[in-house]
Design a protein around this ligand. Structure first.
Ligand code: ATP
Length: 511
C-alpha cells in the first residue's frame, strides 16, 4: 500500500470496524473531534493501561493521580498558558485556509530531507559495500547544500519564535517559496499569534467568577498536587507522579484524523528530582521511553528522536519521539526537562511553599522536574499504522490487524461451526468459562471463513472453532491470526494458551 492509500485505509477501516467514528456523525460531524467505538475503546483502554502499569508498577517510586479538568484560573496564569500558549498562524488568501506557520516550514523541511534520503539511497546502490553514509553526507555538495538550507531555516525559526518577531517567519515562508497545499499560491497574510485554550464559566451568575479554562495539558494538575502526594505518600526524591486524562486545545489546523484533535487524551508523568541531577534523569527517561515504544512492536526504523529547535521558556532540554506516520515523521511523545519553573511559579502565584525537605542534606528546595508526555490518540494511530496489513491469500486479499495480542480489543472468538446439533450450546459453555479472564466474543452467524476474516480485521489473536468432534472428544480447533495455522487443542487448555499470549505481563516484562 502506498503511504497515502495506507492513511485513507486506516481511516476507513477504523470507521468500518468500530474503532473511530467522527463525532456527531449524524449531524455532519464536528471538526477534529472523534468518538471511539466498541473496538476502539478496548484498544485505547489497553494502551492506557499498558502505559499506566509500565510507569507505576515497574517503578516503585512512581505513583498515580487523577486530577480534575477544571482548575483554579490562576494556575494557567502561573504556568504561562494565558500569556504564552500561542501558535503562530498564517492564512492563504486564495484558499482561505489557515496554517500553523512553523508546521508549514517543518513540512517544507521534511520534503528537503526526503531529497537528501533519495541521494543517499542512490549513492548506496552505486557504491555498494564500500559506501560510507556519514562521509557522503559530509562531502556531497548537493546534500550539503540541502542540509545547510534546513539548518539556516531552523536558525531563523528559532530566533523568530524566541524574539516573537513574526515578520521573520513570514519572510522565511516567502523566501523559501512555500506554497499553500490547497491553492498552490504564495499569497500569504501576515503571521499572527493565536491562544489555544478554551474558556468557560463555573457559575451561572455572570461576572461571579473569572473565566475558567479547560485544561490544555494534564501536567499542571500534577504540579499543584506535588506536596499532597509527597507528604501523604511519604515520598522521597527522586519520585514521579503519573496521570492520564483529557486535555483540550483550540487547534486551528486540525487535520490528519486523530493526530491533532481539539479534545484528546494525554498520559503524562512528572519526575521530581534533586536540582543538578535532572539531565541524568532526562537521559534515562529518553532511553526508557524509546525502549517502551519498541516493546509495543513499533518498527524501530520508524521511530526517531527530534531535538526541539526552540526550547520552551521552562525547559533546559527537550526532545520529541517521532514516528514515521503515513504522512511523514511527526511527534508522538515529548520528553522535557522542565527545571523548577512550574513549582516556582505556583509558589509565587499561590503564596504557598512547594518545597521538599531533604533530610540527608538538611535543606529545603524546589525539586527539578523531568516530564514524559504522550498523546494516547497519537499512540493509537501509531499502533493502527503498524498493525494494519493486507495479505494475498489464495488469490484473495485478507485485511488483518496485527496488533500485539495484549492490546487486541477481543482476545478470543468462540465460533460454533454450525448453528445446530448442540454446537452453539457447547460454544456458550466455553464462552462463559473464558469471559471472566478475557474479552471474549461469540458468534454463530455466517460461514466460518467470513467470521475468521472479521476477526482478523479487528486483530483478534485467537479464533476457537467448535465442531461435532468437540462434543465427543472435548477438543476444539484454535486458529492463530498471524499465521492462520490451525491446531487441535483440549478445551481445558484454552485459558492457559490465551493467557500466555495475551497477558500484559508478557509485554511489561520485555521493557
Ligand atoms: P504539536 O507540536 O504536535 O502540536 P505539542 O508539542 O504541542 O504537539 P505537547 O504539548 O508536548 O505537544 O503535548 C504532549 C503530547 O500530547 C504530544 O506529544 C502529543 O502526542 C499529544 N498532543 C498534543 N496536542 C495534541 C492534539 N491536538 N491532538 C492529539 N494529541 C495531541
Amino acid at each position: 500500500m502506498s503511504d497515502n492509500n495506507l492513511f485513507e485505509k486506516i481511516i476507513s477501516h477504523a470507521k468500518e470496524y468500530g474503532f473511530v467514528f467522527p463525532s456527531s456523525d449524524i449531524y455532519g460531524g464536528l471538526a477534529a473531534v472523534y468518538d471511539y467505538g466498541q473496538n476502539g475503546v478496548e484498544l485505547r483502554n489497553n494502551l492506557r493501561q499498558f502505559w499506566y502499569l509500565s510507569m507505576t508498577r515497574l517503578h516503585a517510586n512512581i505513583v498515580g493521580l487523577d486530577s480534575s479538568i477544571f482548575m483554579h484560573p490562576k494556575i494557567w496564569k502561573a504556568s504561562g498558558h494565558v500569556d504564552g500558549f500561542n501558535d503562530p498562524m498564517i492564512d492563504n488568501k486564495d484558499s482561505k485556509k489557515r496554517y500553523r506557520a512553523d508546521v508549514l516550514i517543518e513540512e517544507h523541511q521534511e520534503k528537503i530531507r526526503q531529497k537528501i534520503a533519495k541521494e543517499v539511497t542512490k549513492a548506496a546502490t552505486r557504491f555498494g559495500d564500500s559506501f560510507d553514509e556519514t562521509q557522503f553526507r559530509q562531502t556531497n555538495p548537493r546534500v550539503m547544500e540541502y542540509q545547510e538550507r534546513i539548518d539556516t531555516m531552523n536558525g531563523i525559526l528559532k530566533t523568530a519564535l524566541e524574539s516573537g518577531d513574526l515578520n521573520q517567519i513570514k519572510e522565511l515562508i516567502e523566501s523559501e517559496g512555500i506554497v499553500c497545499p490547497i491553492s498552490g499560491s504564495k499569497n500569504w497574510t501576515d503571521v499572527r499569534q493565536f491562544n489555544l485554550m478554551y474558556s468557560t464559566q463555573m457559575n451561572a451568575l455572570e461576572g461571579a467568577d473569572e473565566d475558567l479554562y479547560l485544561r490544555p495539558e494534564t501536567a499542571q494538575g500534577i504540579f499543584v498536587n506535588f506536596l499532597n502526594v509527597q507528604k501523604t505518600g511519604r515520598m522521597k526524591l527522586p519520585f514521579g507522579i503519573a496521570q492520564t486524562g483529557k486535555a483540550f486545545r483550540n487547534e486551528i489546523v486540525a487535520r490528519q484524523f486523530i493526530m491533532r484533535m481539539k479534545e484528546f487524551e494525554q498520559m503524562e508523568m512528572q519526575f521530581f528530582c534533586k536540582p543538578g541531577t535532572e539531565l541524568q534523569w532526562y537521559e534515562y527517561w529518553k532511553q526508557w521511553r524509546m525502549r517502551w515504544h519498541g516493546v509495543l512492536g513499533t518498527d524501530e526504523k520508524k521511530l526517531r528522536f527530534h531535538d526541539h529547535v526552540k526550547l520552551a521558556h521552562y525547559a533546559n532540554a527537550a526532545v520529541d519521539i517521532e514516528y514515521d506516520f503515513p504522512f511523514g515523521f511527526k511527534e508522538v511523545e515529548g520528553i522535557h526537562s522542565r527545571t523548577d519553573f512550574d513549582l516556582s511559579q505556583h509558589e509565587q502565584f499561590s503564596g504557598k511553599k512547594l518545597r521538599y525537605f531533604d533530610a540527608e542534606a538538611n535543606e529545603s528546595y524546589i525539586p527539578y522536574v523531568v516530564e514524559t508526555s504522550i498523546g494516547l490518540d497519537r499512540l493509537f494511530l501509531v499502533v493502527m499504522s503498524e498493525a494494519l496489513q493486507e495479505e494475498e491469500v489464495n488469490g484473495d486479499t485478507r485485511t488483518v490487524l496485527k496488533l500485539p495480542p495484549a492490546l487486541a480489543p477481543i482476545k478470543c472468538a468462540i465460533l460454533p461451526l454450525v448453528k445446530k446439533d448442540g454446537l452453539p450450546e457447547l460454544a456458550e459453555k466455553i464462552y462463559e468459562a473464558l469471559r471472566f479472564d478475557f474479552n471474549t466474543f461469540i458468534e454463530d452467524k455466517d460461514s466460518i471463513g467470513k467470521r475468521y476474516r472479521r476477526m482478523d480485521a479487528i486483530g483478534t489473536p485467537f479464533c476457537v472453532t467448535v465442531d461435532h468432534d468437540s462434543l465427543t472428544q472435548g477438543d476444539v480447533t484454535i486458529r492463530y491470526r498471524d499465521t492462520m495455522e490451525q491446531e487441535r487443542v483440549p478445551i481445558d487448555s484454552l485459558r492457559e494458551i490465551i493467557e500466555a499470549a495475551t497477558s500484559m505481563k508478557t509485554l511489561l516484562k520485555q521493557i
